[in-house]
Design a protein around this ligand. Sequence first.
Ligand code: GLU
Length: 256
Amino acid sequence: MKWKRIVVKVGTSTVCHKNGAPDLRRLEKLCRTLTDLKNMGMEIILVTSGAIGVGTNKMHLEKKPESMAKRQAAASIGQCELMRIYDRFFMDYGCLSGQILLTKGITEDAKGKQNVIATFGALLEMEAIPIVNENDSVATEEIVYGDNDTLSAVVAQFTKADVLILLSDIDGLYDKDPGIDPSAKLISIVKNTKDVLHMASDSNTTLGTGGMITKIHAAEIAGNSGIPTVLANGKDPSILYDIILNEEIPGTLFEV
Ligand code: GLU
Protein backbone atom coordinates (compact mmCIF):
# COMPACT_ATOMS: atom_id res chain seq x y z
CA MET A 1 0.00 0.00 0.00
CA LYS A 2 1.46 3.37 -1.09
CA TRP A 3 -0.26 5.34 1.68
CA LYS A 4 -2.31 4.07 4.61
CA ARG A 5 -3.59 7.17 6.41
CA ILE A 6 -5.07 9.65 3.97
CA VAL A 7 -6.55 13.12 4.45
CA VAL A 8 -8.86 14.10 1.58
CA LYS A 9 -10.01 17.71 1.36
CA VAL A 10 -12.90 18.66 -0.91
CA GLY A 11 -13.54 22.29 -1.76
CA THR A 12 -16.86 24.08 -2.11
CA SER A 13 -16.65 23.83 -5.92
CA THR A 14 -16.49 20.04 -5.61
CA VAL A 15 -19.23 19.74 -2.99
CA CYS A 16 -21.72 22.25 -4.40
CA HIS A 17 -23.33 23.22 -7.67
CA LYS A 18 -22.71 26.82 -8.77
CA ASN A 19 -25.82 27.97 -6.87
CA GLY A 20 -24.61 26.35 -3.65
CA ALA A 21 -26.99 23.39 -3.72
CA PRO A 22 -25.20 20.16 -2.79
CA ASP A 23 -23.99 18.13 -5.78
CA LEU A 24 -25.63 14.88 -4.69
CA ARG A 25 -24.29 12.71 -7.50
CA ARG A 26 -20.73 13.74 -6.73
CA LEU A 27 -21.15 13.50 -2.96
CA GLU A 28 -22.65 10.04 -3.32
CA LYS A 29 -19.67 8.95 -5.42
CA LEU A 30 -17.25 10.54 -2.98
CA CYS A 31 -18.74 8.63 -0.04
CA ARG A 32 -18.75 5.37 -1.99
CA THR A 33 -15.13 5.80 -3.08
CA LEU A 34 -13.91 6.76 0.39
CA THR A 35 -15.74 3.81 1.95
CA ASP A 36 -14.27 1.48 -0.66
CA LEU A 37 -10.75 2.74 0.07
CA LYS A 38 -11.38 2.28 3.77
CA ASN A 39 -12.59 -1.26 3.07
CA MET A 40 -9.26 -1.89 1.31
CA GLY A 41 -7.52 -1.15 4.60
CA MET A 42 -6.84 2.57 4.41
CA GLU A 43 -7.69 5.10 7.10
CA ILE A 44 -9.57 8.05 5.68
CA ILE A 45 -10.12 11.53 7.10
CA LEU A 46 -12.38 13.85 5.10
CA VAL A 47 -12.07 17.63 5.34
CA THR A 48 -15.06 19.19 3.68
CA SER A 49 -16.00 22.72 2.73
CA GLY A 50 -19.42 23.67 1.53
CA ALA A 51 -21.24 24.64 4.73
CA ILE A 52 -21.48 28.30 3.75
CA GLY A 53 -22.33 27.40 0.14
CA VAL A 54 -25.09 24.97 1.08
CA GLY A 55 -26.42 27.37 3.73
CA THR A 56 -26.39 30.29 1.29
CA ASN A 57 -28.48 28.25 -1.11
CA LYS A 58 -30.86 27.13 1.61
CA MET A 59 -31.34 30.74 2.68
CA HIS A 60 -32.20 31.60 -0.96
CA LEU A 61 -29.29 34.04 -1.26
CA GLU A 62 -27.36 34.56 -4.51
CA LYS A 63 -23.95 34.81 -2.91
CA LYS A 64 -22.49 34.25 0.52
CA PRO A 65 -23.54 37.02 2.92
CA GLU A 66 -21.21 39.95 3.54
CA SER A 67 -21.92 40.36 7.22
CA MET A 68 -20.12 38.10 9.66
CA ALA A 69 -23.27 37.15 11.59
CA LYS A 70 -25.19 36.21 8.45
CA ARG A 71 -22.24 34.24 7.09
CA GLN A 72 -22.08 32.37 10.39
CA ALA A 73 -25.80 31.73 10.17
CA ALA A 74 -25.32 30.34 6.65
CA ALA A 75 -22.56 28.07 7.94
CA SER A 76 -24.77 26.94 10.79
CA ILE A 77 -27.64 26.05 8.47
CA GLY A 78 -25.41 24.55 5.79
CA GLN A 79 -23.29 22.42 8.11
CA CYS A 80 -26.37 20.50 9.34
CA GLU A 81 -27.52 19.84 5.82
CA LEU A 82 -24.05 18.79 4.71
CA MET A 83 -23.66 16.33 7.57
CA ARG A 84 -27.12 14.90 6.99
CA ILE A 85 -26.10 14.12 3.40
CA TYR A 86 -22.69 12.69 4.33
CA ASP A 87 -24.10 10.59 7.14
CA ARG A 88 -26.80 9.20 4.91
CA PHE A 89 -24.49 8.31 2.01
CA PHE A 90 -21.85 6.81 4.30
CA MET A 91 -24.54 4.80 6.10
CA ASP A 92 -25.76 3.50 2.72
CA TYR A 93 -22.37 1.84 2.33
CA GLY A 94 -22.22 0.67 5.94
CA CYS A 95 -19.56 3.19 6.95
CA LEU A 96 -19.49 5.03 10.27
CA SER A 97 -18.70 8.72 10.15
CA GLY A 98 -18.34 11.41 12.79
CA GLN A 99 -18.22 15.20 12.67
CA ILE A 100 -15.27 17.21 14.01
CA LEU A 101 -15.66 20.98 13.88
CA LEU A 102 -12.41 22.77 14.64
CA THR A 103 -11.43 26.31 15.47
CA LYS A 104 -7.97 27.82 15.28
CA GLY A 105 -8.20 28.52 19.02
CA ILE A 106 -8.66 24.83 19.81
CA THR A 107 -5.91 23.61 17.50
CA GLU A 108 -3.43 26.15 18.87
CA ASP A 109 -4.17 25.33 22.49
CA ALA A 110 -1.95 22.53 23.83
CA LYS A 111 -4.73 20.75 25.71
CA GLY A 112 -7.29 21.33 22.95
CA LYS A 113 -4.87 19.90 20.40
CA GLN A 114 -4.28 16.83 22.53
CA ASN A 115 -8.03 16.22 22.82
CA VAL A 116 -8.57 16.62 19.11
CA ILE A 117 -5.75 14.18 18.33
CA ALA A 118 -7.26 11.66 20.77
CA THR A 119 -10.69 12.00 19.15
CA PHE A 120 -9.24 11.40 15.68
CA GLY A 121 -7.43 8.36 17.04
CA ALA A 122 -10.58 6.92 18.63
CA LEU A 123 -12.67 7.46 15.48
CA LEU A 124 -10.07 5.82 13.24
CA GLU A 125 -9.74 2.93 15.67
CA MET A 126 -13.49 2.35 15.25
CA GLU A 127 -13.01 2.43 11.48
CA ALA A 128 -15.12 5.58 11.27
CA ILE A 129 -14.39 8.37 8.82
CA PRO A 130 -13.91 11.69 10.63
CA ILE A 131 -15.54 14.54 8.69
CA VAL A 132 -13.87 17.84 9.49
CA ASN A 133 -14.74 21.47 8.86
CA GLU A 134 -13.91 24.72 10.55
CA ASN A 135 -16.56 25.66 13.09
CA ASP A 136 -17.54 28.64 10.98
CA SER A 137 -20.61 29.55 12.99
CA VAL A 138 -18.54 30.38 16.09
CA ALA A 139 -15.06 31.21 14.74
CA THR A 140 -14.23 34.88 15.22
CA GLU A 141 -12.58 37.03 12.61
CA GLU A 142 -9.27 37.39 14.47
CA ILE A 143 -8.73 33.70 15.08
CA VAL A 144 -9.91 31.90 12.02
CA TYR A 145 -8.31 29.61 9.43
CA GLY A 146 -10.77 30.92 6.85
CA ASP A 147 -9.81 28.34 4.29
CA ASN A 148 -9.92 24.59 4.54
CA ASP A 149 -6.68 24.10 2.59
CA THR A 150 -4.72 25.29 5.61
CA LEU A 151 -7.04 23.48 8.02
CA SER A 152 -6.59 20.20 6.13
CA ALA A 153 -2.80 20.53 6.35
CA VAL A 154 -3.09 20.99 10.13
CA VAL A 155 -5.36 17.93 10.29
CA ALA A 156 -2.78 15.96 8.28
CA GLN A 157 -0.13 17.00 10.81
CA PHE A 158 -2.31 16.13 13.82
CA THR A 159 -3.20 12.70 12.46
CA LYS A 160 0.33 12.01 11.15
CA ALA A 161 -1.17 11.26 7.76
CA ASP A 162 0.83 9.66 4.95
CA VAL A 163 -0.58 12.01 2.34
CA LEU A 164 -2.83 15.07 1.96
CA ILE A 165 -5.06 15.09 -1.13
CA LEU A 166 -6.67 18.41 -2.10
CA LEU A 167 -9.55 17.97 -4.54
CA SER A 168 -10.52 21.14 -6.33
CA ASP A 169 -12.01 22.34 -9.63
CA ILE A 170 -8.61 22.49 -11.35
CA ASP A 171 -6.49 19.59 -12.62
CA GLY A 172 -3.42 20.67 -10.66
CA LEU A 173 -0.85 23.44 -10.59
CA TYR A 174 -0.16 25.10 -13.94
CA ASP A 175 2.89 27.16 -14.90
CA LYS A 176 0.53 29.95 -16.04
CA ASP A 177 -3.15 30.68 -15.49
CA PRO A 178 -4.86 28.15 -17.83
CA GLY A 179 -7.99 30.31 -17.83
CA ILE A 180 -6.06 33.13 -19.51
CA ASP A 181 -3.25 31.36 -21.37
CA PRO A 182 -4.11 28.14 -23.28
CA SER A 183 -0.41 27.26 -23.53
CA ALA A 184 -0.30 26.75 -19.74
CA LYS A 185 1.23 23.41 -18.75
CA LEU A 186 0.37 21.22 -15.80
CA ILE A 187 3.25 20.68 -13.39
CA SER A 188 3.26 17.02 -12.32
CA ILE A 189 5.86 17.21 -9.59
CA VAL A 190 6.87 20.07 -7.32
CA LYS A 191 10.06 19.56 -5.36
CA ASN A 192 10.07 22.87 -3.51
CA THR A 193 6.97 25.00 -2.88
CA LYS A 194 9.11 28.17 -2.94
CA ASP A 195 9.84 27.59 -6.63
CA VAL A 196 6.16 27.67 -7.60
CA LEU A 197 4.60 30.28 -5.34
CA HIS A 198 4.97 32.98 -8.02
CA MET A 199 2.78 30.91 -10.41
CA ALA A 200 -0.24 31.11 -8.15
CA SER A 201 -2.95 33.64 -7.66
CA ASP A 202 -5.54 33.82 -4.93
CA SER A 203 -9.28 33.80 -5.33
CA ASN A 204 -12.36 34.34 -3.29
CA THR A 205 -15.26 32.84 -5.19
CA THR A 206 -18.94 33.54 -4.64
CA LEU A 207 -19.23 30.57 -2.27
CA GLY A 208 -15.79 29.28 -1.24
CA THR A 209 -12.49 30.71 -0.10
CA GLY A 210 -8.89 30.07 -1.01
CA GLY A 211 -7.08 29.74 -4.31
CA MET A 212 -3.82 28.29 -5.52
CA ILE A 213 -1.80 30.23 -2.94
CA THR A 214 -3.59 28.63 0.01
CA LYS A 215 -3.07 25.21 -1.63
CA ILE A 216 0.66 25.77 -2.01
CA HIS A 217 0.83 26.98 1.59
CA ALA A 218 -1.06 23.87 2.69
CA ALA A 219 1.47 21.73 0.80
CA GLU A 220 4.23 23.64 2.57
CA ILE A 221 2.72 23.05 6.04
CA ALA A 222 2.19 19.33 5.32
CA GLY A 223 5.64 19.08 3.73
CA ASN A 224 7.24 20.56 6.85
CA SER A 225 5.94 17.49 8.68
CA GLY A 226 7.17 15.14 5.95
CA ILE A 227 3.71 14.69 4.41
CA PRO A 228 3.38 14.88 0.59
CA THR A 229 0.41 16.71 -0.95
CA VAL A 230 -1.49 15.90 -4.13
CA LEU A 231 -3.58 18.51 -5.89
CA ALA A 232 -6.14 17.07 -8.33
CA ASN A 233 -9.52 17.64 -9.92
CA GLY A 234 -12.44 16.47 -7.76
CA LYS A 235 -15.13 16.57 -10.45
CA ASP A 236 -15.01 12.76 -10.58
CA PRO A 237 -14.18 11.49 -7.06
CA SER A 238 -13.05 8.13 -8.46
CA ILE A 239 -9.84 9.98 -9.37
CA LEU A 240 -8.89 9.03 -5.82
CA TYR A 241 -8.31 5.44 -7.01
CA ASP A 242 -5.81 6.67 -9.61
CA ILE A 243 -4.07 8.94 -7.13
CA ILE A 244 -3.77 6.30 -4.45
CA LEU A 245 -3.39 3.06 -6.39
CA ASN A 246 -1.53 4.07 -9.57
CA GLU A 247 2.13 4.76 -10.12
CA GLU A 248 1.42 7.89 -12.16
CA ILE A 249 -0.56 10.53 -10.28
CA PRO A 250 -3.17 12.59 -12.17
CA GLY A 251 -2.56 16.12 -10.90
CA THR A 252 0.34 17.72 -9.08
CA LEU A 253 2.39 15.94 -6.44
CA PHE A 254 4.23 18.12 -3.94
CA GLU A 255 7.09 15.86 -2.95
CA VAL A 256 8.83 15.81 0.41
N1 GLU B 1 -15.41 26.30 6.00
C1 GLU B 1 -16.00 26.89 4.82
C2 GLU B 1 -17.34 26.21 4.49
O1 GLU B 1 -17.59 25.13 4.95
C3 GLU B 1 -15.14 26.74 3.60
C4 GLU B 1 -13.80 27.35 3.65
C5 GLU B 1 -13.11 27.16 2.29
O2 GLU B 1 -13.75 27.42 1.26
O3 GLU B 1 -11.95 26.72 2.27
O4 GLU B 1 -18.10 26.76 3.75
